[in-house]
Design a protein around this ligand. Sequence first.
Ligand code: GLN
Length: 267
Amino acid sequence: MGHCFDRAKANVGTDEAMLLATQLLGVSFTELYTERGRQLPLADVEKLNSAIQRRLCGEPIAYITGYRMFRKLDLRVSPAVLIPRFETELLVDVVLEHTSNGGRVLDLGTGSGAIAIALSKTKDLQVVAIDNDERALQVCAENCNEHEANVELVRSNWFENVKGCFDIIVSNPPYVAADDPHLVEGDLRFEPSSALVGGLSGLEHLEKIITSAMNFLNPGGWLVVEHGYDQQTSVKELFADRGYANIQQRQDYTDTPRVMWGQARGR
Ligand code: GLN
């Protein structure tokens, strides 16, 4: 016997309920519109109801479906990794603008592998991705397999286990200040704090990365980082103070300063 799913009772927005239905039941948006009276197997209704309950508790859709789009990639995500953001696609753009085929690239704190995989699928690069969290590396490995991306994965606390030098080092590190009220609101409540919080100032990891990256960049190589909406001045000072040249920055799609990069001088 078929069962009807009553979205009205669920009190979740139509768009979200439809998105969950397409992703979890494998039906298209067109079918949702054209087959409104279709009866579903009980198991599907239960699956959808449980997803709606999780959504009602505020859980991000990406964790419920297990997937999130990043550039052209459908990436697997779990609560062990940050959900890739649209603005992080800018880091990929900047790296692509500053590297040529064959270049050696390091992605620090790769999480789901979004940056590393997008890079390796777009250009012929030698990409190394590190993360200090074994569960995150597992998610990243699954994504590399799924997308047949040639990325070398290394477990490392920032540069601890990194070998050799790179033409570009890229990172979207944890940069939210520990007392930022956003951490207890919305999606951020569900994401790993190890991927979000950059100490009391928010700048702890950025400072470590900007300081150490110099030792792992080829002469003329670039360090590209994402930073918080109010960290532009501090991050620029860190780049300048640690001796980087040609420091540049880019705003995200909401005109918020978001990405900064600088060049290692010849040693
Ligand atoms: N951009 C993320 C946010 O909105 C933070 C990601 C990070 O810390 N790297 O909150």
